[in-house]
Design a binder for this molecule. Structure first.
Ligand SMILES: [Zn+2]
Length: 275
């Protein structure tokens, strides 16, 4: 009888340990390669979106810039294009009127941190402060809290993705088209790279703080339009998401059709200075 009891006791302890282990386990699923194999967090991180139609999202990071962002807004208005701006909190505090104008004209505003640090190397508390301050600055400027976040340099750990999504409710937005415009290769190169890589569902990364990027945009917009692309904000693009075509390996049940995730790996600070 006592052996029986001992067995039961052992079993109870084992169950408890397994139960405890269940929580931290996902933290180990950190790499992009694993994300590709196991889309266990569908709908929270996007490099691109699978859509039925020629829809793309142009995104502009690191502003607002007093002169260049205003110029870009004029251009977007002339083309009737809606874009998404991932803004730096410090710059929002300096030029809230530009962010207010962008929001008023139908563009989407996303959180891109307060001062552009590398989230992948920071404490949760520092990341939280960066996001909260920027969230507040955007709310002050536009009257609305953002629902999207792009980590500077695309640098973010799997664990950070989870708690940031849980705490702030953000979708985490990366990109699949990167013209490396921050290296200032000249407008023609920026345009050529965007035109070469953009597909339906693409999220195009650029920066509205580099003159060459703004210079590239009129002809880039013209040529994307000529190819039949239609411009939407990132949130609109996500709302248009459809299931990816049937895949050899079955998707786990419970993955919503709209929650497609790009197979391209999360850019890391070592491989990309974009974002
Ligand atoms: Zn950035």
């Amino acid at each position: 009888m006592s052996a029986y009891r001992l067995l039961f006791f052992c079993f109870a302890i084992l169950s408890f340990t397994v139960g405890l282990g269940a929580e931290p386990t996902p933290a180990k699923r950190g790499t992009a390669r694993e994300t590709r194999a196991m889309p266990e967090e569908p709908g929270t991180t996007f490099n691109s979106v699978h859509v039925d139609g020629p829809y793309i999202a142009m995104t502009f990071d690191d502003g607002p810039s007093a002169t260049l962002t205003s110029k870009l807004l004029d251009l977007l208005a002339a083309h009737h294009i809606k874009a998404t701006f991932f803004v730096i909190g410090e710059n929002v505090a300096e030029h809230p009127e530009i962010v207010a104008r962008a929001a008023r004209e139908g563009h989407e505003i996303g959180n891109h941190s307060w001062s552009h640090p590398n989230f992948g190397k920071m404490s949760d508390e520092s990341v939280r402060r960066q996001l909260q301050q920027t969230d507040d600055a955007i709310k002050n400027a536009t009257g609305k809290r953002p629902t999207l976040m792009r980590p500077p340099y695309g640098s973010i750990t799997a664990r950070e993705k989870r708690w940031i999504h849980d705490e702030f409710g953000y979708d985490i937005i990366l990109w699949d088209v990167d013209p490396y415009d921050w290296k200032r290769p000249g407008p023609a190169v920026v345009r050529a790279r965007i035109l070469k890589e953009t597909r339906p569902g693409s999220i195009v990364l650029s920066h509205d703080i580099h003159p060459g990027t703004i210079e590239a945009m009129p002809s880039t917009f013209d040529e994307l339009e000529a190819k039949g692309f239609k411009f939407v904000t990132v949130s609109e693009l996500i709302r248009m998401a459809t299931a990816r075509p049937s895949h050899p390996s079955p998707q786990p049940s419970g993955v919503p059709a709209s929650a497609t995730e790009s197979p391209s790996p999360t850019p890391s600070p070592s491989s990309s200075q974009g974002g």
